[in-house]
Design a protein around this ligand. Sequence first.
Ligand code: CAA
Length: 289
Amino acid sequence: MPSLRIEEVKEVAVIGAGDMGHGIVELCALNGYKVYLKDIDQKILGKAKKRIRESLNILERKGKLKDETIETVLGRIFLILDYEHSLENCQLAIEAVPEIMSLKKKIFSELDSKLPKSAIIATNTSNMSITELASQTNRSSQVVGMHFFNPVILMKTIEIIKGSNTSDETMKFTENFAYSLNKLPIPVLKDVPGFIVNRVQAPSSVLLNKTIEKKIATFSQIDANFRKIGQPMGPFELMDYVGLDIYKHGADYFAQKIHPEFKSPKWVNELITAGKLGKKTNHGIYDWS
Ligand code: CAA
């Protein structure tokens, strides 16, 4: 397959309209791409569009919309419940659904059957094997990890992860695509759980949880100290911000793939069972209401 050039990409698809998916769509539309946003629920799609509009309002107030209006940017976004013919001209699809391997695999098979043969399939997974996902397709050299950070619109970097069969051309293309979004790509050349950023953070999260369990310090004492040393958020604020459900998926994946000690602690599981997922539900470790 001849390698894809960034100039050939006009349309992209994003699968999953949650925290990450809606941010990725906003970013792509802001940078001139026509974007199809696919989800399984009209309400989730509606909420995503509302969040994008709110964010664009902030950018407009700050004069960061270049010469465009909010409506022009929103006009590039198409909400879909079924693929129908929408993928026919997409040269890139970015999967951003929950971190459930079986769900991601199903989506990869669907994308593989509907996208043009030359298209690249990226996953926004935070931790999971790119190689395993690629095995669902007949284009494993064109499957790549594209790990955005939350909030997508503000965070500067994207990890670009090479699966065992990802070609150098696909890596180059995806790095160029990240530059076209005004982001800094961080190439990750080994497909290991957690890639680089989450892999480096995971051990400290084990010790932080022990600090809580042994009552060495409280959540707010720890967070206050992190802020004092210049971090924008403390680690527990960040867990709430990203979502405790997302944290748990990552921790349990690490426990399964690396060491049982990474498993999500009991107190996180209890908060999740009580419906306290963090900022998005107004309650988590902290009260955000
Ligand atoms: N759209 C546009 N602008 C926005 C915005 C949005 N959705 N949200 C906030 N902003 C703007 C605000 O208006 C504000 O602008 P000014 O400074 O000009 O006033 C600016 O961004 C900062 O926002 P806030 O003042 O509300 O709050 P803050 O200073 O605490 O910054 C933050 C917010 C950028 C999220 C910062 O706290 C931060 O960097 N936190 C750490 C985030 C982080 O580490 N993310 C990675 C998580 S891990 C992950 O995502 C991957 C994974 O695998 C799970």
